[in-house]
Design a protein around this ligand. Structure first.
Ligand SMILES: Cc1ncc(C[n+]2csc(CCOP(=O)(O)OP(=O)(O)O)c2C)c(N)n1
Length: 548
């Protein structure tokens, strides 16, 4: 092939990786890249803040396993990417962040908008590289995608100096071999795990995001059904086992008492299936360090004094679980307690008849569950509403409740909903936001409208940073620095050209939700919320252990 602009070759490499969208904001230093993108099969999606674009890439990656791609220019464009890139790191989402940069020859000195973006990104990516010369483009792009997508997935970053992208090059993308074969644990390791599980009096499974990422839900369900071992889920593991499956113990993690009520206190063996420690410390369920732990994961587990595994089964989780199901079939295990699930579900179902207005969270979640099908998607922003959703919202399939739980940054939900609709245009998507977090990325309503991604943003309005109020009240008996006023959210949405409703009574909420879901535009439903009932639900569950 003839020599062409390096940015053309770079974009050909992105195409070879299967990239369909680049979410971002161009800059003077990315002119060549954007020109090459405009002539490619890839859609460049202009966003209204780089943070929004990077969250879109993050959630696109979470839902597809293929790295989502975001773009920011040098300096401020790059620093605006930081929060979602860190989110992708802690929630293990494959993402490739692209940033522009000035010419290579001005990087050593004080110069306009130059900061050390490589250094800024270094601690929050799995790997990053500067395209210091044209001929490394095919290798760098291949490596960025390979590293981002391999377990555990996460973000990588490529810096694109302006002069390099504008230079000439004759090169081809490297071949992309997908379908990486994962290693298998040895027969001996599987035997050891089988012996521990068979000898257990009250085994219990704790399943997390790792199992969601590799699509191991079906195998996990088979393992649970074959052995009778019941399954507790982390907030990000919700839906691995359907909430109405007899093996489901519910989502644990809000309070120390959760684990007790789900039967961890009595468990002698915990089978951790794709458990990411970043979600919640194992100290909360193994404070006495007396559980025997078998881990099933794609990578070797993190070291933690409360998570010393006896057997570490590393590899293809689907195959490992199916193999263990065969080895342990007919076990009729008795571990785990339904108490947590019963208390939480009881509150959830009783909420059907709760006419409080402003509405309390259980009824709000109950109504949302009624309008969503089992495969539809609920996205949570970060705040007290997230704790309610994580704990109480019944999920039936993995990745149908999307939560930012590792970094837990406010402002996640709205851009996440755009990505969810791009990946699953036929599913209904609802994003629940606090009135604090909603304004953090509200500008992406314009992107959502332009992209024709209809989803409903529900705003739980209380004019406070609710979860901080909750924590302050518990700690000091009063709260401070957490009150604010809100814009008229309905007028704000309408200013974007979007339909919006404000609930004035409990009956309004289900009605407006249905109307909103029938729209072919993104929409906003404002729901005044009453947080006076404690998400902790009962003293019995103990003090809360989550950090916001
Ligand atoms: C970007 C970011 N800033 C600050 C925090 C700390 N924080 C966690 S929850 C929260 C309050 C959230 O308030 P709101 O969005 O109104 O939701 P609510 O708690 O009322 O449901 C804050 C400030 C955070 N997690 N992320």
């Amino acid at each position: 092939m003839a020599a062409r602009k390096a940015s053309d070759v770079f974009v050909e490499c992105l195409e070879a990786e299967g990239v369909r969208h680049v979410f971002g904001i161009p800059g003077e230093e990315t002119l060549d890249l954007n020109e090459s993108l405009s002539r490619s099969s890839i859609e460049f999606v202009p966003v209204r803040h780089e943070q929004g674009g990077a969250y879109m890439a993050d959630v696109y990656g979470r839902l597809t396993g293929q790295a989502g791609v975001c773009l920011g220019t040098l300096g401020p464009g790059a620093t605006n990417l930081v929060t979602p890139v860190a989110d992708a790191l802690l929630d293990s989402a494959p993402l490739v962040a692209l940033t522009g940069q000035g010419d290579v020859e001005r990087m050593h000195k004080e110069s306009h908008q130059y900061i050390d973006v490589m250094g800024v990104m270094k601690p929050i990516v799995k790997w990053n590289a500067r395209l210091s010369s044209t001929h490394i483009i095919p290798e760098v792009v291949r490596k960025a995608f390979k590293v981002a997508q391999q377990q555990k997935p996460g973000p990588t970053h490529i810096e694109l100096p302006e002069d390099v992208m504008g230079a000439e090059l004759d090169a081809e993308p490297l071949p992309v071999h997908s379908g990486v074969r994962r290693p298998e644990p040895s027969d001996q390791e599987v035997l050891e795990a089988t012996q521990i599980i068979k000898a257990a009096q009250r085994p219990i499974v704790l399943a997390g995001n790792g199992a969601v990422r590799v699509g191991a839900a079906a195998a996990l369900r088979e393992f649970a059904a074959a052995t009778g071992i019941r399954v507790a889920e982390t907030f990000m593991g919700k839906g691995l086992v359907p909430a109405d499956d007899p093996c489901a113990l519910g989502a644990v993690g809000l309070q120390a008492g959760d684990y007790e009520m789900a039967g961890f206190g009595d468990a002698d063996v915990v089978i951790a299936v794709g458990f990411d420690l970043v979600e919640h410390s194992p100290e909360h369920w193994n404070a006495g360090r007396d559980k025997r732990i078998v881990s099933i994961d794609t990578v070797s587990v993190e070291v933690d004094e409360f998570f010393i595994t006896e057997v570490d089964l590393i590899g293809d989780m689907d195959r490992i679980l199916r193999r263990l199901a065969e080895e342990c079939r007919g076990l009729k295990a008795t571990g785990g307690s339904p108490r947590l699930r019963e208390v939480v579900q009881g509150r959830f179902e009783a909420a059907r008849d709760d006419d409080h207005f402003p509405m309390q969270p259980p009824r709000a979640l109950y109504e949302i569950r009624q309008v969503l099908g089992r495969e539809d998607i609920l996205i949570s922003d970060v705040g007290l509403h997230k704790l309610w959703i994580g704990r109480m919202f019944p999920a039936y399939e993995p990745n149908t409740v999307l939560i930012a739980n590792g970094l837990a940054g406010m402002g996640f939900a709205l851009p996440a909903a755009i990505a969810a609709k791009l990946v699953y245009p036929d599913r209904s998507v609802i994003a629940v936001n606090g009135d604090g977090g909603f304004l953090m990325n509200v500008q992406e309503l314009e992107t959502a409208k332009r992209m024709r991604t209809p989803f409903v943003s529900v705003i739980w309005e209380n004019s406070q940073y609710g979860s901080i109020v909750w924590k302050q009240d518990k700690k000091f008996g009063e709260h401070f620095g957490v009150d604010f006023t809100n814009p008229d959210f309905v007028a704000l949405a309408r200013a974007f050209g979007l339909p919006a409703w404000r609930c004035e009574s409990a009956e309004d909420f289900p009605r407006y939700l249905r109307e909103a879901l029938a729209e072919d535009l993104p929409s906003v439903v404002v729901l005044p919320i009453d947080y006076s009932i404690d998400v902790a639900i009962s003293e019995e569950l103990g003090t809360e252990t989550v950090a916001m």
